[in-house]
Design a protein around this ligand. Structure first.
Ligand code: F0G
Length: 506
């Protein structure tokens, strides 16, 4: 790749070495279960270790525990990397990443590939397929902070990616690898967002894509995206876990590149929001990061990002990473609270369809992240999710139901003393509010929760729901009628409009 017109001479001298190095891949895959290492190209089509069926992670010469790099001499590794390849210069990288924001090159404008020194997984940046993903906003959430009981709360809104979810950051990475390896077909099983992202990136690259989705349990916005981007969409009469099982068998029989998060390259892209977040916080590390948990690839990836940055000396400590699940799809929560620490898959059921997953593929990786960072796992009810989603929406930010588990979970973590008032917390909002408009409409019309669920709400919560609900008024097109209705509404106080935190209204 060429140099940027925006680089100063001093920067070129300092950083050129890093830029050119990003063109050669220097990675291997290491089984997270048995530690066996292979070349990237040697992975089986289901991305499982042939020895123990474990999942792989991508490692580089500078990764923790990488040891002598020429073990087994994988085809795409550097046999004996020089000391500076083993440890990239952290100060130089921060500067370079910042500089790239002013470049006009697509790979520099991408909020994933801007950090490419930490994910050298493609040989040639010409193969990168990008929609300028990443670069997502970090919002201050003052009202949500007050509701949760912390002084300072931020939301990293990954729903502001090109296809409306965090999946784009992983898809640009894994799909670029698929292109470089010459695949014509790609596929994924999905609760909707992975399929939307895959369909978009495959279309950009001119590849054919197939999505397997659970019949009737996917938000319309997501299904429409897969069709819009030209994917072959297969709705199977099963759940997400059934879709993934079937696809895993299919990829062993056809030359189809599997793009679920068992593909370790997905996680390399999904780790980059950790870098972008710290950049946005001027390299101040928050105390806590709260992430929704479904198949558990995202929490694993963000944890990998933070731990790698600490290992490289870019930061001195990592945030605690806590994973929040829906009560009806809570296998990790059950594992976390089980004294024998046994993982038992569950039959998943939740209206937050994105995380309706009972047998999460990456649970071991995610559990390691929770343990290594000192985080927690919590579960939240359907009522708590609906309330938190409405509260995030009322703050002008909005997100899809699966993302709202973060605020609902944070309230519980604070109540249990796991997060204290003065700690800086970042919620990872994973999907855009327009992904699942039916959920939002049902909520505001009072049609989302069953009578039984409503009866189960505590009085304060019910009042809060009532204040937040904003069903549309259907009126005669008559000035007097409209004025009267508006007068009634406009006379309401902030508290009645749910803008104030309960208990604080004067
Ligand atoms: N939030 C949203 C909006 C999601 O779409 C997903 C996962 C998650 C959270 C959970 O992330 O699986 O990495 O723990 N959606 C997948 C899909 C499963 O197929 O779109 P995870």
């Amino acid at each position: 790749m060429g140099l940027n017109a925006t680089d100063s001479w001093a920067d070129l001298l300092a950083c050129d070495r890093l830029k050119t190095r990003a063109m050669s891949t220097t990675h291997q895959l290491r089984c997270t279960n048995c530690g066996a290492r292979i070349a990237g190209e040697a992975a089986r089509s289901d991305f499982r270790c042939p020895e123990c069926n474990g999942l792989y992670e991508v490692i580089y010469p500078w990764s923790e525990g990488a040891g002598p790099w020429n073990v087994g001499a994988p085809a795409d590794s550097v046999a004996n990397p020089s000391p500076e390849v083993r440890l990239p210069n952290p100060g130089g990288m921060r500067h370079l990443w910042q500089e790239r924001k002013t470049s006009t090159l697509a790979v520099d404008q991408s909020g994933v590939w801007r950090f490419r020194e930490l994910l050298p997984i493609v040989r040639d940046v010409e193969h990168v397929v990008t929609l300028r993903e990443g670069n997502t906003p970090l919002y201050e959430m003052q009202r949500s902070a007050d509701l949760a009981g912390v002084d300072w709360l931020l939301a990293k809104h990954q729903g502001m990616n090109p296809s409306g979810s965090f999946k784009d950051t992983g898809m640009t990475a894994a799909l670029s690898v698929a292109v470089e390896r010459g695949f014509q077909w790609v596929a994924c099983a999905s609760t909707g967002n992975t399929s939307a992202a895959m369909a978009a990136y495959a279309a950009r690259a001119g590849l054919r894509s197939i999505v397997f989705i659970p019949d009737g349990k996917i938000a319309w916005g997501k299904l429409s995206q897969a069709m819009d981007y030209g994917s072959l969409t297969v709705q199977l009469k099963t759940d997400f876990d059934g879709c993934l099982k079937l696809l895993t068998k299919l990829v062993q029989q056809f030359p189809i590149y599997l793009l679920n998060s068992v593909n370790p390259y997905r996680l390399e892209g999904q780790k980059t929001p950790s870098m972008e977040l710290l950049e946005q916080m001027e390299w101040q590390v928050p105390e806590h990061l709260v992430v929704p948990g479904g198949n558990l690839g995202n929490s694993s990836a963000l944890g990998k990002g933070f731990l790698e940055m600490k290992h490289l000396g870019l930061i001195q400590r990592v945030p605690k990473i806590s994973v929040i699940q829906a009560e009806g799809a809570n296998p990790l929560y059950r594992w976390f609270t089980d004294e024998n620490r046994e993982m038992k898959p569950v039959k998943a059921e939740t209206r937050a369809t994105a995380i309706r997953i009972g047998n999460p593929a990456s649970w071991k990786k995610a559990s390691r992240v929770i343990e290594e960072t000192g985080g927690w796992c919590e579960q939240v009810s359907e009522q708590e999710i609906a309330l938190a989603k409405a509260e995030i929406g009322a703050e002008g930010v909005g997100c899809e139901p699966a993302s709202a588990v973060t605020l609902a979970g944070l309230k519980k973590l604070v109540a249990a003393g796991r997060v204290t008032r003065e700690q800086r917390v970042v919620l990872v909002l994973t999907g855009h509010t327009l992904k699942d408009p039916q959920y939002t409409i049902d909520y505001h019309r009072g049609e989302l929760l069953t009578a039984e669920e409503v009866a189960g709400e505590i009085a304060g919560e019910r009042a809060r729901h009532e204040a937040l609900r904003k069903p549309p008024l259907v009126l005669e097109a008559d000035e007097a009628v409209v004025l009267k209705a508006l007068e009634k509404r406009m006379a309401k106080t902030d508290a009645e409009c749910a803008l104030a935190v309960p208990g604080t209204a004067k």
